[in-house]
Write a protein that binds this ligand. Structure first.
Ligand code: T46
Length: 132
């Protein structure tokens, strides 16, 4: 399975806490894009696609959600609910995002610019791609 949970170092003192992400240092790629998801609704799933090229780190800045990850052979579920954990998802991984808490805020750090052409949005097409 081409994913892993990365422990992000927390700098903390009496003023609060701070986490820093630097491309090719504590995450394994150059950073090309950052986007965020917010105002989420528990019964509304997101994702349901894979990427041919994109690698990403996802951080739950506030709230929680589940990621169902699938490499075409195995399905695993990861629960994100802490701002000091980064979920790395590599290429060719089907992802479904479920069970958002109200107002969950996800920050996503991406290795490529947005390109709809490298999405695989149909599960049967995904299985053909990974089993080719
Ligand atoms: C992913 C999960 C975690 C853009 O115009 N630029 C962007 O950078 C992105 C990410 C999206 N969009 C547009 C495309 C759609 O019209 O925003 C709309 C919603 O995107 P989408 O339905 O793909 O959103 P999610 O939450 O299903 O998936 C997103 C990312 O697309 C995806 O790469 O892994 O978040």
């Amino acid at each position: 399975m081409n994913y892993k949970l990365i422990d992000l170092h927390v700098y903390g003192d009496e003023r609060g806490k701070l986490i820093s992400i630097e491309g090719n240092k504590n995450i394994p790629f150059d950073i090309k894009r950052v986007y965020w998801i917010f105002d989420t609704i528990p019964e509304q799933d997101r994702g349901c696609h894979a990427h041919k090229e994109l690698e990403q780190i996802i951080v739950a800045m506030d709230g929680a959600c589940q990621f169902v990850l699938d490499d075409g052979k195995t399905r695993e579920t990861v629960y994100l609910n802490r701002p000091d954990k980064g979920l790395y998802i590599g290429k060719n991984m089907w992802r479904e995002m479920k069970h958002f808490s109200y107002g969950c805020k996800l920050m996503i750090i991406a290795s490529t610019y947005y390109n709809e052409d490298e999405y695989i949005r149909n599960y049967e097409d995904f299985l053909k791609e990974v089993n080719a």
